[in-house]
Design a protein around this ligand. Structure first.
Ligand code: ATP
Ligand code: MG
Length: 361
């Protein structure tokens, strides 16, 4: 799959922009704060409805405007998909695929798959569990529309249940309502746990080899799913912890507390890994993500590399660049020097200056 072109109107620091991409490697280079990441963000919004940094819709609209447009054209098996995203300051966003408005965000998932790689992703091993859950969720949401629905419903139910736990403090007559939310939470929660377990299994079948090659055979990496509570024990645990939840006024167990552990030579590298080990494992994770999307969708994702090359030593840079053959890639960087030493094929070079982009080849 490839992105053919993008048009922006009043998006971040772009008044208007029209850009065509090569099916191979595209570079957007320029000084800091010129708008390189904004282009990648707009591509990400077109394929997932959300900003990769979790920005709100109104933050993505140009300061001087009330609305913004992102229009992208993707090609998948020679079929054209035009995706129009209309962001509005005080209303929900509108999205249309080939001119037909979609009702649910999940209708967009499955059309386009992007893998976004930014310097922050290199911290995923040492970050908190929330970041690792976000990684799994963003990935599964792109790959599995049933998962999206389970996750949306689970989050709704957990908010309702937490609200009820607070209300029950003042009004115990509402207790029977808790049974209803518990049953709902179990239904959606168990589906999420099962799918995450399967995802980690799939990841494990890929990441070991990649990490071993990346470290010249010195290390093998494996990933372990750490559910806050297993699918079998979910309901039982919720019931036996009910008093504690009522005291805390919070749902303490469930997929919203899951984590994944990264293990090298029997050591949990979240706690015991060196900084370099953690970053290399994070790179392995990202490269596995590409392979996983390929396996599941039988197609190549679009790879967005936001300023990560400068974060890697030349060995890891080479490894990364060599493993992205045959994948459309859009790379941002501040200078072109990084590529001079790499005998690396660039198909399109764009220079970004203050919200204006010009082709240099
Ligand atoms: N809603 C908005 N309206 C107008 N300008 C915005 C908006 N949001 C962000 N900007 C501007 O966009 C610029 C940042 O763009 P971006 O993050 O794409 O930069 P960059 O080229 O990736 O820089 P770096 O190399 O530092 O990562 C900043 O100058 C910022 O003020
Ligand atoms: Mg940037």
């Amino acid at each position: 799959m490839i992105i053919d072109s993008i048009m922006l109107e009043n998006y971040r620091n772009y008044k208007t922009l029209e850009l065509e991409f090569d099916a191979g490697t595209n570079i957007l280079y320029g000084n800091n704060a010129q708008g390189k990441t904004n282009v990648l963000e707009a591509i990400y919004v077109s394929s997932t409805t959300k900003s990769h940094k979790g920005s709100k819709d109104r933050e993505m609209i140009n300061f001087d405007s009330d609305e913004a447009h992102i229009k992208t054209v993707f090609l998948k098996n020679d079929i054209r998909y035009r995706i129009d995203v209309h962001l509005r300051k005080s209303k929900a966003k509108g999205i249309a695929v080939n001119g037909i408005p979609i009702k649910k965000a999940s209708e967009l998932f499955g059309i386009v798959n992007v893998v976004f790689f930014s310097p922050e992703d290199l911290n995923i091993i040492k970050d908190g569990p929330a970041e690792r859950r976000r990684f799994i969720d963003m990935e599964l949401c792109q790959l599995d529309s049933i998962y999206v629905n389970n996750l949306i419903n689970y989050n709704k139910v957990i908010n309702q249940r937490n609200k009820l736990l607070k209300d029950l403090y003042y009004d115990s007559s509402l207790m029977s309502t808790l049974d209803i939310w518990d049953a709902q939470l179990e239904k959606y929660g168990v589906n999420i746990i099962k799918r995450r377990r399967q995802f980690v299994d799939e990841l494990n079948s890929i990441i070991g080899d990649i990490h071993s090659r990346l470290t010249g055979g010195a290390e093998t990496l494996s990933v372990v799913y750490e559910p806050s509570v297993s699918e079998e024990d979910f309901y039982k645990t919720m019931i036996s912890n009910r008093d504690r939840d009522l005291r805390m006024k919070l749902t303490m167990n469930g997929p919203h507390r899951d984590d994944i552990c990264f293990v090298i030579k029997d050591n949990d590298i979240r706690k015991y890994g060196s900084q370099g080990q953690q970053r290399t494992a994070a790179l392995s994770l990202k490269l596995s993500e590409i392979e996983l999307v390929k396996n599941i969708t039988k197609d190549t994702p679009i790879l967005l590399l936001d300023d990560v090359l400068s974060e890697l030593d030349s060995n890891r840079q080479n490894y990364l660049l060599n493993s992205i053959n045959n994948i459309q890639t859009i790379i941002t960087c501040t200078g072109l020097d990084e590529f001079v030493n790499n005998r690396f094929n660039i198909d399109k070079i764009y220079r970004v200056v203050n919200g204006i982009i010009n082709s240099e080849n």
